[in-house]
Design a protein around this ligand. Structure first.
Ligand code: MG
Length: 462
């Protein structure tokens, strides 16, 4: 009896005590922040060459940190790209893609599968406080929401801001040219409750920023993970009064300049916090610019095509990494890297073991952030479940191509197209005939990859 009582008391004590792992994490592991834009193009920031959009805070972030010029999202559209970022896995492995429906819609019943492990779930194991503030788009039914996928807190619009279009809004593109909040009945959620509908999108970037700053300030003692997926600059474009009609680039520029302000607010809050030199911040985007919206869409700069396509403009993102005291100021990495690599990087930094029961597509970026080589040797470009292209070193080979929105079916290339991305970043000159050995080598890389490519059932077709 005494022994049972002793075990019971010991059990109670252990329950109340944080694990050794959590205690160790609190002492030395870095805070991790991911600022994730929606449909931002490779050429849309001043520090990536835009001539008229002013991004002083992002330029400062680049001057104090690292610019990554060969950094990719894992898909050219929202839902699969976000699923891959958070799980470190290609969308075909977790079913967060489809050849029929490219993303989740308000009438979708699917979402991120329960057995997937998110970065937030990994970091929770190390005692991190976690928040998702912004656009989720991995399922809006309760079981799929951030608060059921490792996040302590959620504030944001659960899918794209152009969904739930109201019937009597102007037809076609008319609604986007002069967007009004009431044209879209999108909900704003806090945790699992709808708190506003339609969401007032004019203040959405501002409110995401305020919530993010509040989260950072209230977690000064424990390590935290902040995932801040902005709803902007996905159309319809909205910005708050303070940024209206300010940018030389028009409405799209206003929106980017407000995001730039937001980055400034967040970095300044971190600089003033006790963890000023122990916080890693990534800034990137889920996919390229939505070019069919003309001046309402962004620019991929010198890269070909944009959102929806597996040409470079669809998946190569303007990326910055910032960690004062650890990342060399003003550094540039031209190493291959992917949003999926943040999963392994965050896990390594928090000293949490990677899941061993599944294939991951994630490599620890620590050496890259220190100016060294990448462990990633290849990038695979998927459109739904279709493998369209592969990049290996400076070479990219297209098995199939399909323009973002204007070509109904993919074109299969019996002799794949080959481009040297270092010499020809715009993918203008197919050199497959001149380099048959490179085509052969990349074909072998594809064959090796396909051995591991088991397609999960689509969540987007449910
Ligand atoms: Mg997007």
């Amino acid at each position: 009896m005494k022994q049972i009582l002793f075990s019971f008391i010991l059990g109670l004590l252990l329950l109340n005590k944080p694990s050794q792992e959590a205690v160790a994490a609190t002492a030395k592991t870095p805070n991790i922040v991911i600022i994730f834009c929606d449909d931002l193009g490779y050429g849309d920031l001043a520090c990536f060459g835009h001539p008229t959009i002013a991004t002083p805070h992002l330029d400062q972030m680049a001057n104090e940190g690292m610019k990554l010029t060969q950094f990719y999202s894992a898909a050219p559209v929202c839902t699969p790209s976000r699923a891959a970022l958070l799980t470190g896995r290609l969308p075909m492995r977790n079913g967060m893609c489809s050849n029929k429906r490219r993303v989740l819609f308000p009438n979708s019943n699917g979402g991120i599968p329960k057995n997937e492990v998110t970065i937030a779930e990994q970091l929770k194991r190390a005692g991190y406080a976690t928040a998702c503030i912004g656009k989720w788009h991995l399922g809006h039914h309760a079981q799929f929401l951030p608060t059921n996928n490792g996040f302590d807190y959620y504030f944001g619009i659960p899918y794209s801001n152009d969904m739930d279009r109201v019937n009597d809004s102007p037809k076609g593109r008319g609604a986007f040219n002069d967007p009004q909040v009431e044209f879209w009945n999108v909900p704003l959620m806090q945790n699992e409750e709808i708190i506003e509908r339609p969401a007032d999108q004019t203040t959405i970037t501002k409110r995401y920023t305020e919530k993010a700053v509040e989260f950072i300030k209230s977690n000064q003692d424990a390590p935290y993970f902040l995932y801040l997926p902005h709803s902007m600059p996905h159309v319809p474009l909205f910005r708050s009064e303070a940024f209206a009609n300010k940018s030389l680039r028009g409405l799209y520029g206003d929106v980017i300049e407000e995001i730039d302000w937001s980055v400034g607010q967040i970095l300044e809050t971190i600089r003033r916090s006790p963890a000023a030199d122990n916080t890693l911040v990534f800034f990137t985007s889920d996919n390229g610019p939505w070019l069919i919206f003309n001046e309402q869409g962004g620019s991929a700069g010198l890269l070909r095509d944009g959102k929806g396509s597996t040409w470079e403009g669809g998946m190569r993102e303007p990326t910055l990494a910032w960690w004062p005291g650890t990342i060399a100021p003003g550094s540039v990495s031209r190493q291959l890297a992917s949003t999926m690599d943040i999963f392994a990087t965050a896990s390594e930094m928090a000293q949490v073991e990677l899941p061993k029961d599944r294939i991951l597509d994630s490599y620890d970026l620590t050496p890259v952030l220190q100016g060294g080589p990448s462990q990633r040797k290849a990038v695979f470009y998927y459109r739904g479940y279709r493998l369209m292209a592969v990049r290996h070193g400076d070479w990219k080979m297209h098995l199939m191509t399909q323009d973002a929105y204007v070509q109904p079916q993919p074109v299969k290339h019996d002799t794949p197209l080959l481009f040297n991305l270092h010499e020809d970043p715009s993918e203008k000159w197919d050199v497959s005939k001149e380099h048959p050995n490179v085509v052969k080598q990349l074909t072998e890389v594809v064959q090796e990859h396909l051995k591991t490519a088991k397609h999960a059932e689509s969540q987007l077709e449910k």
